[in-house]
Write a protein that binds this ligand. Sequence first.
Ligand SMILES: [Fe+2]
Ligand SMILES: [Fe+2]
Length: 145
Amino acid sequence: MERNAIDEVALEHESLRRHMSNLLSICDALGTRSNCTGCPRDRVCRCIDATNTATEELFTFMVNHFGREERLMKDAGLVYRFHDECELHMQDHGDMSEAMLKVLVKIPDADPVVHLRHLSSCLSSWLDQHICSHDNTLLHQLQNA
Ligand SMILES: [Fe+2]
Ligand SMILES: [Fe+2]
């Protein structure tokens, strides 16, 4: 498999982590607050806008990234050689996209801190687990394809 394609997937993982940490840095009191009570209203409005934009960007990036990985699996014939592993990998992409969509439809009116804490608790660990298991296996298979 072409080296560039493998490097690009690895680079996209770095970008995914960067998108995630940008999103979580919107509120500098995320670790100590459980909601936006006490923050000035104009500040909360800016946080809502920033949170919506960053969540949409993260979602778009994730969906494009999943698509790239799935095309690579197909182009390299991995979906035949490692059928069950690829199926589980694609299923995890689907589950995550669905979970993100559910979050996206709720955010316009959501308290940004509640939203960010929710994303932080479910998405950060998912991202690490997915990359450490499914994606690292995929990169290894592509290197040997
Ligand atoms: Fe993946
Ligand atoms: Fe990935």
